[in-house]
Design a protein around this ligand. Structure first.
Ligand SMILES: N[C@@H](CCC(=O)N[C@@H](CS)C(=O)NCC(=O)O)C(=O)O
Length: 239
């Protein structure tokens, strides 16, 4: 019997965050329920009762435990399976310094990167898909803060191998789906043009667990983009 189920979508890069943790840990005994983001199966009263913002991913255990927000679910899975596969979170009591470094790096991703990156992805990738006009002032604002903040992160990575020190942790995983989708949105230069971030991305994206987790998402994104070529050409012409 499956240990848990999660509702996801191959179009949801936030769902990918959980697949990376599960692939790193080698966990396969779970059920996935694909949400249909196009028809809104994640907006029914039953789904909203569990995921009140109407978002995926959603995590459920048969004992009634329900979690929404991908970073909270990823952390839960990293702790639930802490003794399986690579240790993705240090233990506070055993190593408070390493614990603090990971907490700090998790906050950097959430506060200094996520908001600007997701807004840029919306403007560059989703707006043309849903037929919304691209807002150049918003794109410029995101670029400004991403350049500032990624310069700082590049400096951090000049002194250490990974986001929270010299070990690969959840702090790296939390970045990865958004970095992937930025490349997909034509914004990969934000990373490839910065020496240490480029080195970090080459390294983390070479991991077998990443490649395994990414495949269904990447296949779906590529298929979708193929079908949307005309919309992107029209958005480029209007810009
Ligand atoms: N901060 C949330 C964001 C969740 C989110 O925005 N999910 C998107 C897919 S990546 C979604 O559900 N989109 C459909 C919608 O909002 O209708 C998380 O990390 O779980």
């Amino acid at each position: 019997m499956a240990d848990f189920k999660f509702t996801n979508s191959p179009l949801s890069y936030n769902s990918l965050r959980l697949d990376i943790v599960l692939a790193e840990k080698g966990i396969t005994s779970y059920e996935t329920v694909p949400a249909d983001l196009m028809t809104g199966s994640h907006k029914t009263p039953e789904f909203l009762a569990k995921s009140p913002f109407g978002n995926v991913p959603l995590y459920e255990e048969s004992n009634g435990l329900v979690i929404y927000e991908s970073r909270a679910i990823a952390r839960y899975l990293a702790l639930k399976y802490e003794n399986v596969g690579p240790k993705l979170l240090p233990d506070f009591k055993q190593d408070p310094k390493a614990w603090a470094a990971v907490e700090q790096a998790l906050q950097v991703e959430a506060m200094k990167f996520e908001a600007y990156a997701s807004s840029l992805v919306f403007q560059k990738l989703l707006a043309p898909i849903i037929g919304a006009p691209q807002d150049q002032s918003q794109i410029d604002r995101c670029h400004k803060y991403l350049h500032q903040n990624l310069d700082v992160v590049d400096g951090i990575l000049a002194k250490q191998k990974y986001m929270a020190g010299d070990a690969y942790t959840l702090a790296d995983i939390n970045w990865m789906p958004q970095v992937y989708i930025l490349f997909f949105a034509g914004e990969g230069e934000l990373f490839s043009s910065r020496k240490n971030l480029a080195r970090w991305w080459d390294e983390v994206s070479a991991r077998e667990a990443w490649k395994k987790a990414l495949k269904p998402y990447d296949d779906m994104n590529r298929a979708m983009m193929e079908g949307m070529k005309e919309k992107f050409a029209a958005a480029a012409a209007a810009a």
